[in-house]
Design a protein around this ligand. Structure first.
Ligand code: NCD
Length: 338
C-alpha cells in the first residue's frame, strides 16, 4: 500500500519528487513483463474501463496494454456519439454507472476539468488521459521518465536540464503538465519557442518563474541552442476556433536533420508526444530524423507502457505482489530482445 492506493490521478500537481521517484522505480521493475521475458497475472480478474471521448491511439492502447500486461481485462468506450453522454447524461451519472463495472478507469475528454468532474461521481480511481488543453499527467510522467533515462545516459540528471519546447504551447496539454513537473527540479532552463498567439499560458510561466528557473521566450528558432532536450509539439488544430486559424501555423515549426544540425547540439535529444503531423504542409518532425540516434519518440512510447503499468500497480496496491504472480513466457517473443 502506498499514498497512491485507491486514489485518482488527475493532475501533476499531486506529485512531489518522492512520488515521481516511486513511480519510476516501479516502472523499472515492469521491464521484464513489457519485454515479454516474464508474465504476471497480478491483476487477474480486474477490469479497466478505458473511456476515450477524443481521438487517441497510443494513450488509449498503451493504457489497455499496460493493464493486460498485469493480467487485467479492458473494457473500452470510444467516441462521444456512441455513449450516453450524447443523450445528455451528466459526467457524474456516467461515472457513477461505469465505476460499477470497473476497478479503475482511464479517461480522456475534450473539456478542461471534465475528468476531475467525472472522478467526483466515480467509486473507483480515475486516471486522467488528457482533459482538453488542460493536463495530461501520465504523458508528463512518461516524458520525464524518458528525459531522465536519456540524460542519465549522458551522465546527467534532471536538475540543471536545459529544454526547448517548440510549437503550440498554448493548447498543448503535454507541455503544460511537463513544465509543471519540471518545476519540482532545480536550475532547469526553459527555452519556449512559439508564435505569440500560441505562447505558454501565463499561470505556467509564473510557475516556472516562481520555481527560480531560467526562462527564454522567443518566436522562432534562432542561433545555436545548448539544449539537452528539444521537445517538439503538434499544432492542436482541434482546439482552434477555426480551421483557417490552425492552418496559419501549420508548417511554421518544421524540424529536420539540417535544421537540427543548425540549431542544436549533437547530443540534443529529440522528443515529441506524438502523433507527429507528417503531412507535407506540416512535416513537423521529418522522416530524415528517423535514423538520428537522438530521436527518442519511440523510446517515449515504449516507456509509456512501463509508466502506466506502474501507475496501475500503485493505484490498485499490488506493486509488491507483481513478482509473486509471475510466470514464464512460453511462446516465442521477439520483444525479449528489445
Ligand atoms: C498528445 C495529446 O493527446 O495531448 N498525444 C498523446 O497523448 N501522446 C499530443 C497531441 O495530440 O498532439
Amino acid at each position: 500500500m502506498s499514498e497512491f492506493t485507491g486514489n485518482h490521478i488527475l493532475t501533476v500537481n499531486q506529485f512531489n519528487r518522492d512520488a515521481i521517484e516511486k513511480v519510476f522505480d516501479v516502472a523499472h521493475t515492469m521491464q521484464p513483463y513489457a519485454r515479454r521475458q516474464k508474465r504476471t497475472t497480478v491483476l487477474d480478474g480486474a477490469i479497466l474501463g478505458n473511456l476515450f471521448f477524443e481521438p487517441s491511439t497510443r494513450t488509449r492502447v498503451s493504457f489497455g496494454t499496460a493493464f493486460n500486461l498485469l493480467g487485467g481485462e479492458v473494457r473500452e468506450t470510444t467516441g462521444m456519439s456512441s455513449s450516453a453522454l450524447a443523450k445528455g447524461e451528466s459526467l457524474y451519472d456516467t461515472a457513477r454507472v461505469l465505476s460499477g463495472y470497473s476497478d479503475i478507469i482511464a479517461m480522456r475528454h475534450p473539456a478542461a476539468g471534465s475528468v476531475a468532474e467525472f472522478a467526483e461521481g466515480s467509486r473507483v480511481p480515475v486516471i486522467n488521459g488528457g482533459d482538453g488543453a488542460n493536463e495530461h499527467p501520465t504523458q508528463a510522467l512518461l516524458d520525464l521518465f524518458t528525459i531522465k533515462r536519456e540524460v542519465e545516459y549522458q551522465g546527467k540528471g534532471i536538475d540543471g536540464l536545459h529544454i526547448a519546447m517548440i510549437g503550440d504551447l498554448r493548447y498543448g496539454r503535454t507541455v503544460h503538465s511537463l513544465s509543471r513537473l519540471l518545476c519540482l527540479y532545480k536550475n532547469v532552463r526553459f527555452t519556449l519557442v512559439s508564435p505569440k498567439e500560441l505562447a505558454m499560458p501565463q499561470p505556467i510561466i509564473e510557475a516556472i518563474e516562481n520555481a527560480g528557473h531560467q526562462l527564454t521566450v522567443t518566436e522562432q528558432l534562432e542561433g545555436n541552442l545548448d539544449v539537452d532536450i528539444c521537445y517538439q509539439t503538434r499544432i492542436q488544430e482541434e482546439r482552434f476556433p477555426s480551421q483557417e486559424e490552425a492552418n496559419r501555423y501549420r508548417g511554421k515549426f518544421r524540424l529536420n536533420q539540417s535544421i537540427y544540425t543548425r540549431h542544436f547540439q549533437s547530443r540534443t535529444v529529440i522528443m515529441h508526444p506524438l502523433p507527429r503531423d507528417s503531412r507535407a504542409e506540416a512535416n513537423e518532425l521529418d522522416n530524415d530524423l528517423n535514423l538520428n540516434p537522438n530521436l527518442a519518440i519511440f523510446r517515449q512510447t515504449d516507456n509509456g507502457v512501463l509508466v502506466r503499468m506502474a501507475l496501475f500497480a500503485l493505484t490498485l496496491g499490488v506493486e509488491n505482489l507483481v513478482t509473486k504472480y509471475e510466470r514464464d513466457v512460453i511462446w516465442h517473443s521477439n520483444k525479449s530482445s528489445d
